[in-house]
Design a protein around this ligand. Structure first.
Ligand SMILES: Nc1nc2c(ncn2[C@@H]2O[C@H](COP(=O)(O)OP(=O)(O)OP(=O)(O)O)[C@@H](O)[C@H]2O)c(=O)[nH]1
Ligand SMILES: [Mg+2]
Length: 317
């Protein structure tokens, strides 16, 4: 993480995020870029060619609507006879940006004190790491943050959160492994209130979206939090691993039903990613996307920016 420069240095941090984002999205953008170059160099831009372009976009997880928007834009516009690879990439970037712009919204900490953020997702998606990054971000903004070790399944999960809490200078409310997670959330909210905390972030154990009994536990956590504050949790963040592709759609659906997801964070966009799915998700669910994770370090969380993402997907350097 040597290249993760401090926020207040501005431009260098931005360049390094951009490099990691474009690097991570290479699997999407290079497959797409190759398909685009192959297609546009061979023969006229007829309906068979438009179908092939549409297929290439769908294979990149971008969704049918985006694919159709792109082919419509090129068949009706000034590219109706021919188009270069660079021009087509620019159209893809523009159309991706148009779909993502309405969902690219910062996470706003509202007036409630403490502002309760519940973090949910499947196993290993990056929940605890994202909480650690968020805690440091909020503390740097001058907020008092308390963390709740709501993943009571594993001792290691509690220790992991404690390390992130110590790094941020935030109190971590934890109980013994095996304790009831809803009870822990209840205690943590009381403790955060007593401390006069601005933000309480509640970690949860990873669970597969088709495990009904585990999803029920999540519903119970929400119910119990509401006993203390009917308006809480004020934000429910679903953490999605960019590398899973299409499965993310059913995660959004299931966690949305059980936990009332209010916003998304997409992690691991620095790795071998399939970030195109974010476009399909935006189109289907229109949920705010707040942050992206571009690494394992404390500074590797970036606000989600539609234009940058559109360019990275299309493979524009
Ligand atoms: N490269 C990369 N790795 C990440 C990112 N976010 C998290 N990770 C890594 O992914 C792994 C899992 O992260 P955790 O934060 O433990 O995930 P979790 O969702 O809390 O996992 P469970 O609690 O087991 O469900 C760790 O090795 C993290 O360092 C990211 O944005 N980029
Ligand atoms: Mg965890």
């Amino acid at each position: 993480m040597n290249d993760s420069t401090k926020d207040n240095e501005g431009a260098p941090a931005k360049v390094s995020w951009w490099r990691r984002l474009t690097g991570g999205l290479k699997r999407t953008s290079s497959a797409l870029g190759t398909a685009i170059s192959d297609l546009v160099t061979k023969g006229p831009l007829d309906s068979a060619k438009l179908d092939e372009i549409e297929d290439a976009l769908i294979r990149a997880d971008l969704g049918v609507t985006l694919a159709q928007r792109v082919t419509k834009a090129i068949s009706q516009g000034r590219y109706s006879q021919s188009i270069t690879a660079d021009e087509l990439k620019a159209v893809v970037a523009t159309e991706v940006t148009k779909i993502l712009e309405p969902v690219a919204k910062p996470l706003t900490i509202g007036a409630a004190r403490p502002f309760v953020i519940l973090v949910v997702g499947v196993n290993g998606s990056g929940k605890t790491t994202t909480i650690g990054k968020l805690a440091s971000t909020f503390v740097a903004e001058g907020r008092k943050v308390v963390l709740a070790a709501g993943d009571t399944f594993r001792a290691a999960a509690i220790d992991q959160l404690k390390i992130w809490g110590a790094r941020a200078g935030s109190r971590v409310v934890a109980s013994k492994p095996g304790a009831d997670s809803a009870g822990l959330a209840f205690d943590a909210l009381n403790a955060a209130r007593a401390d006069g905390a601005d933000v309480l972030i509640v970690d949860t154990a990873g669970r597969l979206q088709n495990r009904t009994e585990l999803m029920g536990e999540l519903e119970k956590m929400v119910r119990v939090i509401k006993k203390l504050d009917a308006s809480a949790p004020h934000a429910v963040l679903l953490v999605l691993d960019a590398t899973v592709g299409q499965n993310a759609l059913s995660q959004v659906e299931a966690f949305g039903k059980s936990a009332g997801v209010t916003g998304l964070v997409m992690t691991k966009l620095d790795g071998t990613a399939r970030g195109g799915i974010l476009v399909a998700i935006a189109e289907k669910f229109a949920l705010p996307t707040h942050f992206i994770g571009v690494g394992e370090g404390v500074d590797d969380l970036a606000p989600f920016a539609a234009v940058d993402f559109g360019k990275a997907i299309a493979g524009i350097e």
